[in-house]
Design a protein around this ligand. Structure first.
Ligand SMILES: NC(=O)c1ccc[n+]([C@@H]2O[C@H](COP(=O)([O-])OP(=O)(O)OC[C@H]3O[C@@H](n4cnc5c(N)ncnc54)[C@H](OP(=O)(O)O)[C@@H]3O)[C@@H](O)[C@H]2O)c1
Length: 252
């Protein structure tokens, strides 16, 4: 079986200071890619941009933006693509875990998780998909999560934001595939990044560099869905098929 492997050229990264995004960008930088990085912390963003330049990126530019500010998305995206001189890949990596216990008590805490992880990406992807369809090319690669495959008491608010995102991406793929546009849904299991820093680590936590390698390969191969590490595909298959009358009794 032959795979199409193309070197990424012009890449827009939203949430570029994320641990997984940084690891992914390090690989792209070493390939000489042009990168436009968006993040909300100017200080962290400057450090990431400098590192990627040293690692061989052909071009690096940045914009500081809170991605919850959906009103700004059209201007931000147009500016970024103009600076890059086009766009081969948009990589959406921003997100929050939130506090499940707080979200069980406070609607605003739940709404924040849903806004950042679902509504803001929908705003970005609506603009980006239409841009790609007009040009009949481009890849939209988006970090969802295995947490969206089944609601669990320990993180169902975060999980529902990712479930909504995964279904949105599924429908978007069904719409734009015929227009020459690729949509990749990335479903990592737990990864060692700032997001999971407060959690008790187990051997099931993946290394961001390994996760990033799989993401770069999946984008190059124009895949639709990536479970990463791969073991999460059979694990989630089993979890999705546990009958609800049993599942509701489990402590997951
Ligand atoms: N780590 C895991 O176990 C895991 C598993 C499955 C899926 N994921 C998903 O993978 C993605 C990346 O997560 P990560 O593990 O790399 O975590 P991370 O290092 O905590 O990165 C999350 C990033 O999102 C940014 N962000 C949050 N809200 C934002 C906003 N309103 N505007 C702009 N940027 C914002 C954060 O910026 P600041 O640094 O400024 O806060 C941070 O750079 C997320 O979508 C996450 O849900 C992670």
């Amino acid at each position: 079986m032959s795979q199409t492997v193309t070197t990424p050229k012009k890449i827009l990264v939203l949430g570029a200071t994320s641990g997984i995004a940084q690891a992914t960008c390090r690989i792209w930088a070493a390939q000489g890619a042009s990168l436009f990085l968006v993040a909300r912390s100017a200080e962290k963003l400057a450090a990431v941009a400098q590192d990627l330049q040293v690692r061989g990126a052909g071009f690096v530019d940045t914009a500081v933006a809170d991605l919850d500010d959906t009103e700004q998305h059209p201007a931000l995206l147009a500016h970024a693509i103009n600076a890059l001189g086009g766009m081969d890949i948009a990589y959406l990596a921003h997100g929050i875990l939130g506090d499940q216990e707080e979200a069980e008590q406070e609607f605003n805490a739940a709404a924040q998780i849903l806004y950042t992880n679902l509504l803001a990406p929908v705003s970005l992807l609506t603009w980006l998909a239409n841009f790609c369809v007009q040009r009949r090319t481009g890849t939209l690669a988006v970090l969802s999560s295995v947490a969206g495959d089944r609601g669990r008491k320990s993180n169902y608010v975060y999980g529902s934001s990712k479930a909504g995102l995964s279904v949105f991406l599924q429908g978007l793929r069904n719409r734009v595939d015929r227009e020459g546009v690729t949509v990749l849904t990335i479903k990592p299991g737990p990864v060692k990044t700032a997001m999971t820093a407060g959690m008790a680590k187990s051997s099931s936590f993946a290394d961001p560099d390994q996760v990033a390698k799989s993401i770069v390969a999946a984008i190059a191969a124009r895949r639709d869905v990536l479970y990463v590490p791969f073991l999460w595909l059979p694990i989630m298959f089993v979890i999705r098929h546990i009958p609800e009358r049993i599942f509701k009794k489990l402590n997951l």
